[in-house]
Design a protein around this ligand. Structure first.
Ligand code: EPU
Length: 427
């Protein structure tokens, strides 16, 4: 078993470089299927979610070659069959983007329902609604979602809920459909804009990404391209809350400050000093943290993927903060772990009442999902004593070189491998 051992209490100082955005990469990598050609993708984050997607691509016949640590050549000229079986899809949520990409290229897709972090029901009814509006027939049997069409035609689609995944999948399926697709109530996250820019660089005609109406004029064919993925908004936000929690002074490099505004705003309200530069942001805290109320919302609201890190920060702020989860039904599961470190938090459904304590204290904890894992790391870094964090595979799904990056800022953290201990079954 792998775990992190973290000795808390060091003030973090120095510079950290942000990697390419996970949630853009996991959309852009399946989207290369539409090129039927060779693409070179730069600023690809070195994380396990990306490795899994490359393995899926290789399994279906694509060629994937690293040109350098973060630059990858993907050739999707030859793909055997538009199929992703359970064994491959179960490891991550984004495997459902193969549905849209296959449908866009072959008018046919067979993908086993995806895995990923578990924070309540994760329906895909809006993806299916979009595929059906484009003319596909969608069914589920023998553990596969099947989507098939003679030909796809542009359509007018209104999403009932703002969904990142449905917006991505509909863009992928519609990009080569005949005629115009108008997608209303679309997600506006930075990775939606990045995917649209990537597809446009392959010859697609997509306008309006980043607003809630996206217009896609279908094109006959797409070509290979060279493209650089945007910096990761959530990784940057995580280093911002970590620096704030540890009372540090950290320059976070390779960011787009505009993408971080909702996080910056809350940190300033909490008493943190933030200085924005063109492509970096400095986070410095010298005084005490103050209470802040936060509600997560789709972009440009406060990101749900920063909720655990922000709640953890507020657990050491003066006063009582209210955190409301506005996207997922069940994203406070990690609070039980945080309580083990001394946090005082009551959860009622989608609302957490956080009573700040002066100091967290070390304890063994586990990552319950990717962002919750980052929050545990943040808590351990400012807790008094040495904590152990288990189930770190979740963290490594989405944070490149997190141990090295934190160590370079002065954190005391190491990854250790211990033998698995199986306790005898209780009689
Ligand atoms: N929803 C539906 N029907 C659908 C799709 C979504 O009701 O067909 C609901 C969901 O239940 C949820 C809301 O809509 O309440 C938003 O879900 P969305 O589809 O936007 O989420 P997602 O695409 O599955 C992506 C990110 C998540 C991030 C959410 C929200 C990727 C691979 N994942 O998930 O990121 O939390 O958007 O911003 O892009 C993470 O990176 O840690 C992570 C979980």
């Amino acid at each position: 078993m792998e775990k992190y051992i973290v000795c808390g209490g060091n003030r973090l100082q120095g510079e950290v470089e942000i990697s390419g955005a996970k949630n853009a990469a996991v959309a852009i990598i399946p989207a290369t299927i539409l090129a039927q050609d060779r693409c070179v993708i730069e600023n690809v984050p070195n994380i396990s979610d990306v490795t899994i997607l490359f393995n899926i691509l290789k399994n279906i016949g694509a060629k994937v070659k690293y040109l350098s640590r973060n630059t990858v050549e993907i050739d999707t000229s030859y793909i055997a069959e538009p199929i992703v079986p359970y064994e491959s899809s179960r490891h991550l949520r984004a495997s459902y983007y193969f549905l849209g990409a296959f449908l866009g290229r072959f008018s046919e897709a067979h993908v086993s329902p995806p895995g990923g972090c578990n924070f309540g029901v994760r329906p895909i009814d809006q993806h299916i609604k979009g595929f059906e509006a484009l003319g596909a027939q969608v069914s589920t049997d023998y553990g596969f979602i099947h989507a098939q069409a003679e030909e796809l035609f542009g359509s007018h689609i209104y999403l009932d809920v703002v969904s990142v995944g449905a917006t991505v999948n509909i863009m992928l399926a519609a990009v080569k459909a005949k005629g115009l697709t108008v997608l209303e109530n679309a997600a506006k996250e930075p990775h939606i804009v990045d995917l649209a820019n990537f597809l446009n660089s392959m010859g697609a005609d997509i306008r309006g990404a980043g607003t809630d109406v996206i217009k896609i004029h279908g094109v006959d064919m797409l070509r290979g391209t060279t493209y650089s993925i945007i910096p990761d908004q959530i990784e940057a936000g995580t280093y911002m809350t970590i620096a704030a929690a540890a009372g540090g002074d950290v320059l976070i490099k390779n960011v787009i400050p505009k993408h971080l505004e909702s996080i910056t705003d809350k940190l300033i309200q909490a008493g943190v000093e933030i200085t924005e530069f063109d492509d970096s942001i400095r986070v410095c805290r010298t005084g005490p943290l103050k209470k802040v109320n936060v509600k997560t919302l789709p972009h440009p609201g406060f990101p749900t993927d920063m909720q655990p890190q922000m709640t953890t920060l507020l657990s050491i702020a003066q006063g009582t903060s209210i955190v409301t989860e506005g996207v997922w039904d069940n994203r406070f599961k990690y609070v039980d772990e945080l309580r083990r470190l001394g946090a005082q938090i009551q959860v009622d459904g989608k609302v957490a009442v956080v009573e700040g304590v002066p100091q967290l204290t070390a304890a063994p904890v586990k990552a319950t999902d990717l962002r919750a894992g980052a929050a545990m790391l943040q808590a351990a870094l400012c807790a008094n004593g040495t904590s152990e964090i288990e189930d770190i595979a979740y963290i490594e799904r989405g944070y490149e070189d997190i141990v090295q990056k934190l160590s370079s800022l002065g954190a005391e953290i190491k990854k250790v491998v211990t033998p698995d201990v199986t306790l005898p079954q209780a009689q």
